[in-house]
Design a protein around this ligand. Structure first.
Ligand code: SAM
Length: 447
């Protein structure tokens, strides 16, 4: 059995759902055997080809790094070796420091110059977990450096984390950013990145094979001709939606609320044909100019059709079937502060009707075994959260909820831990953005 480690996005459950869905849709038998809020450990029967790993990493919206697991320590040894408080147990530190896995990364290093880095991933946010993660990371780097020197390297240098986590002030950051890894060519042998991922039971040591191409994504985001801070969905969320909808290269994908066209751009990048609808002519023009720009940038012909129209009347706009549908509909008013509940409730009712009428039409043109992945608003009102009533939304649409977390693929040791429990019966998964009044959840539907 081979194990792979996947570094997850901040909405970790959603990232796991996407990952499992990706493997399931490609018929690759895989089992989630352990996880934390930062990492998923998947077991597969045999090695994945590098080209499949590259495809996987570039398709997933919620995965920052993919690595191959080399070794698993017991978590207890790590806690004893680097306790957050209390005395270090020398024998535990020696056990961790013997680096029995290092030969797998560096079989021949004599006379070579090696650059490397250790990225540590705690179980949750790094606080109150009994391990001094900073010390652990620093020592790991030192121990690897010494090991390399002993094995005859000409020179060995390591990169340690370079920036605090700006998204979550105060959060521990002992991992290298994909950007740092790319810029310093850390994945070109003999250079390497080592992932040290803690779960509630184990400490996994993995070698990074590939990371999320943040530089390319940033370039596309900044260079596309049309973007709107208010409307545009993040490219990562769009990828996750496409994967949850089971969209594959060559498929025809529909976004009936296409806005600035982010879903369609991501679909086109993944080799899919695109159909976009929006009832606002400016958005349609914007999406067209984005797709035209993308085709020029890639130097490829893209297949797409984008038209002005109402999602509630799709069948009058589209002939034929689509394989997958992925979208973020209008989520209602952009509140600056929490609204009163009755006001939000009234709006939710109107949105439920819009979604129901649109989904009824979508069901008519979706391939019989096709899926729909969409976001739904979750409004933080002055008196608590308000969500769309999914049963009411699906009334007479002929659609039903598709389980986001495939139970048969989940055998994670960590599932007993309350903080990282996975409940496969969950119908929706949160896609949260810090500080926003209107949050989102993600739902997948089938006929
Ligand atoms: C949240 S935005 C979509 C954002 C898009 N994913 C992007 O990245 O730009 C929702 C879009 O739905 C469009 N819309 C609203 N009601 C519609 C309807 N009945 N039919 C089609 N489009 C509609 C709006 O004009 C808006 O552009």
């Amino acid at each position: 059995m081979i194990q792979y480690a996947f570094v997850l996005g901040s909405n970790w459950l959603l990232s796991i759902a996407e990952l499992l869905s990706y493997f399931q849709d490609r018929g690759i038998p895989a089992t989630l055997v352990d996880h934390s809020r930062n990492i998923a450990i998947l077991e597969v029967d045999s090695d994945l080809h590098m080209e499949n790993i590259i495809e996987l990493q570039s398709a997933l919206g919620g995965c920052f790094k993919t690595g191959r697991v080399l070794y698993r320590h017991d978590r207890v040894s790590a806690v004893k070796a680097y306790p957050a408080d209390g005395k270090t147990e020398r024998s535990a530190r020696n056990l961790l420091g013997d680096l029995r896995w290092a030969k797998k990364i560096w079989p021949h290093v004599k006379g070579k110059r090696v650059r490397f880095g250790v990225s540590t991933y705690p179980v949750l946010s790094g606080r109150d977990e009994g391990v001094n993660y900073r010390k652990f990371t620093r020592k790991m780097n030192e121990q690897i450096k010494n090991w390399l020197a002993k094995n005859g390297t000409k020179r060995a240098d390591y990169y340690s984390y370079d920036e605090p986590d700006r998204r979550v002030p105060g959060r521990l950051n002992v991992a290298l950013w994909p950007k740092t890894i790319q810029k310093n060519n850390l994945l070109t042998p003999p250079s390497a990145e080592v992932i040290a991922a803690f779960t509630s039971r184990g400490l996994y040591i993995a070698q990074t094979l590939i990371v999320y191409d943040s530089l390319l994504q940033q370039y596309r985001d900044e260079s596309r001709p049309y973007i709107s801070a208010e409307i545009s969905t993040s490219p990562k969320v769009c990828r996750t939606l496409l994967n949850l909808a089971g969209a594959r290269p060559g498929d025809t994908v529909l976004d009936p609320f296409c806005g600035t066209g982010t879903v369609l751009m991501e679909a086109a990048l993944l080799g899919m044909k695109c159909i976009g609808i929006d009832n606002d002519g400016n958005q349609v023009q914007g999406t067209k100019s984005n797709l035209k720009w993308l085709a020029q940038d890639l130097g490829q012909k893209l297949e797409y059709s984008v038209v002005v129209g109402d999602a509630r009347h799709l069948t009058s706009l589209i002939s034929g079937q689509v394989d997958a549908v992925a979208f973020e509909p209008s989520l209602g008013e952009v509140y600056k502060e929490k609204p009163e509940r009755p006001r939000a409730l009234e709006e939710m009712r109107a949105l439920t009707k819009l979604y129901r009428e649109s989904l009824t039409e979508i069901a008519k043109i979706l391939r019989p075994d096709g899926r729909i992945a969409m976001t739904l608003p979750v409004v933080n009102t002055k008196s608590g959260k308000l969500q769309i009533d999914v049963r009411d939304m699906l009334r007479e649409t002929g659609l039903e909820v598709y389980p986001l977390l495939p139970e048969g693929m989940i055998r994670s040791e960590a599932s007993v831990d309350e903080n990282v429990r996975i409940s496969p019966e969950r119908q929706q998964l949160p896609e949260r953005k810090r500080g926003q009044v209107v949050q989102r959840s993600i739902l997948v539907l089938v006929k």
